[in-house]
Design a protein around this ligand. Structure first.
Ligand SMILES: *Cc1c(COP(=O)(O)O)cnc(C)c1O
Length: 524
């Protein structure tokens, strides 16, 4: 058999080629599993209760007349049901997860160990402040590190995700403008190379969003941006590194121009892992920037896992940050500032974004990550993230179109387009075939400035051997797409379910299970 450069088979064998389908529908030890409603019934239960004293119902005529139809399983059946489903999932603990912009990287187990210490895991947000000094110390020390790493003045710790952090920063800007009597500034400029949450945040906060074009090399068109500045512009929101995987080299020049025109600079810092320890956004004139602790400082996320999006603030914006925040007195005692005018020192806070202080588990994990890496280790995080992405970019640039390969080295993400694929083939065919190869697909069709974009973020935690395997798989699949291999159009072939209509699933989700009509009736 011919092997390609990386030792992977150039074309995958088709499912069931010369092999009968199995009687059970299982594929070796990958087991089929029906919905719990299809396998459970109302009469089975994992526990037996002794008949109790029947107290009279206190529900009066509200008592339910018919069973509610919850399916029951025995305990071993329940365990198997959920374990079988969990095996159909993919996770960073199973393999490379190259989703661009998401920074799915290894989560050190040390972080988990620390976050589970009872003094952090078992405390309650309403406990007296004197009983949680250690936890407040963690929040405070993490805050100090974030300020130091970004070269900023203050930090709001409570936002619970990147997009929530964006809202926090924009509300600070709004409050600062209103305080200056310039609440009439209603326009937020968002370059095409920014993340999609940026315009959504600005619009949600009541601003009008205007696009600034990207240059052919994938960066903000600085001249176009400068030309649009004026007395109606509240802020610009710039993602740096941007969604084309490039560093916005003009950021300092842009900040100076925005400040001169009376606006503020919001920087989307979700991709801080590409520059941590190398660049301080404060030096570039940024006024507010969120940091995704769950990306840069690693925590299991995706699938709804917890996020945390502290926002670092410039001196100009710090007074407007949300409550609560920690403050350390000279004697070492830490307090939580919960009220707007404690000692009249915080009269300008725009208010509160969360019920409590933020994500304690995330804070503990992030501080553990920072302390275990140390200043030199954090710098290496950025260097390795960038090195790995450039390795992928340069290794595949002979097979896939890399639109910004000429714009210099990429940052932590490599971007490819669908140019050069056979007629009728698109990015989705490559992504689906990658599932057959055992990889989670990359981010697809984003950013919009690249046709059929494939955004790949390997992160710093993959080994060269792991990257070579991925490169081999992507090369093989891309070659099939260029050669017009029709089997790609129906990939994945080896997954529990084949090609699905995701648009239909998203637009018209079926959220309620209905018992199928009996076959005879259905046939009528
Ligand atoms: C992930 C990401 C966000 C949003 O962060 P969430 O924590 O998902 O809300 C914003 N901008 C960029 C560039 C991102 O990568």
């Amino acid at each position: 058999m011919a092997l390609n450069q990386s030792g992977w088979r150039p074309s995958a064998p088709q499912q069931g080629e010369g092999v009968a389908a199995t009687h059970t529908g299982n594929k070796a030890l990958m087991l089929e599993e029906a919905l719990i409603f299809e396998i459970g019934d109302e009469h089975t239960t994992g526990v037996d209760f002794a008949p109790g004293d029947v107290a009279g119902s206190r529900l009066g005529n509200l008592t339910r007349k018919s069973p509610i139809g919850l399916p029951g399983l025995s305990e071993p059946e329940t365990v198997r049901h959920y374990t079988r489903l969990s095996r159909q999932n993919y996770a960073i603990d199973l393999g490379l997860f190259p989703l661009g912009s998401c920074t799915m990287k290894h989560n050190p187990r040390l972080n988990e160990r620390m976050a589970r210490l009872p003094g952090f895991a078992d405390i309650h947000p309403l406990q007296p402040v004197d009983t949680v000094q250690g936890a407040l110390g963690v929040i405070n020390e993490l805050a100090v590190w974030l300020i130091k790493l970004t070269g900023m003045h203050g930090v709001a710790m409570s936002p619970k995700a990147g997009a929530h952090g964006e809202l926090c920063g924009i509300l600070c800007i709004k409050a600062a403008l209103e305080k200056r009597g310039e609440g009439h500034r209603k326009v937020v400029l968002v370059p095409e190379s920014a993340h999609g949450t940026n315009p959504a945040t600005a619009a949600f906060a009541g601003f009008t969003v205007e696009d600034i074009p990207a240059t052919a090399e994938g960066r903000v068109d600085t001249e176009a941006l400068e030309a649009r500045l004026g007395p109606d512009v509240a802020a610009v929101m710039i993602t740096n590194p941007n969604t084309c995987g490039l560093f916005e080299r003009d950021l300092k020049r842009i900040s100076d121009a925005v400040h001169a025109a009376g606006g503020y600079v919001y920087c989307d810092g979700a991709n801080f892992n590409a520059i941590v320890g190398k660049v301080r956004p404060g030096d570039l004139g940024v006024d507010a920037m969120h940091i995704n602790l769950h990306k840069t400082f690693s925590t299991p996320h995706g699938g709804g896992g917890p996020g945390s999006g502290p926002v670092v603030l410039s001196e100009a914006l710090s007074p407007f940050g949300p409550l609560p925040f920690t403050e350390r007195y000279a004697d070492g005692h830490i307090t939580l500032v919960e009220e707007e005018s404690v000692d009249d020192r915080h009269p300008d806070s725009f208010g509160r974004m969360t019920a409590f202080h933020g994500q304690m588990g995330m804070f503990t994990r992030a501080l553990t990550y920072i302390l275990s890496h140390g200043a030199d280790g954090l710098k290496q995080v950025a260097e390795d993230a960038v090195l790995n992405a450039n390795y992928i970019l340069r290794s595949l640039a002979d097979t896939l179109d890399a639109p910004f390969a000429g714009s210099g080295p990429c940052m932590h993400e490599a971007i490819f387009s669908d140019a050069g694929l056979a007629a009728g083939f698109s990015t989705i065919d490559i992504a689906k075939a990658l599932i057959d190869e055992g990889f989670h697909p990359m981010t697809m069709y984003f950013p919009l400035v690249v046709h059929g974009a494939m955004l790949v973020e390997p992160t710093e935690t993959e080994s060269k051997a792991g990257l070579d395997q991925f490169i081999g798989a992507l090369r093989s699949v891309a070659e099939r797409a260029k050669a017009g291999d029709a089997s790609l159009k129906t990939a994945p072939h080896f997954a529990p379910r084949s090609r699905l209509d995701e648009t239909l699933a998203a637009r018209k989700p079926v959220l309620v299970w209905k018992e199928p009509a009996p076959v005879a009736e259905a046939a009528e």
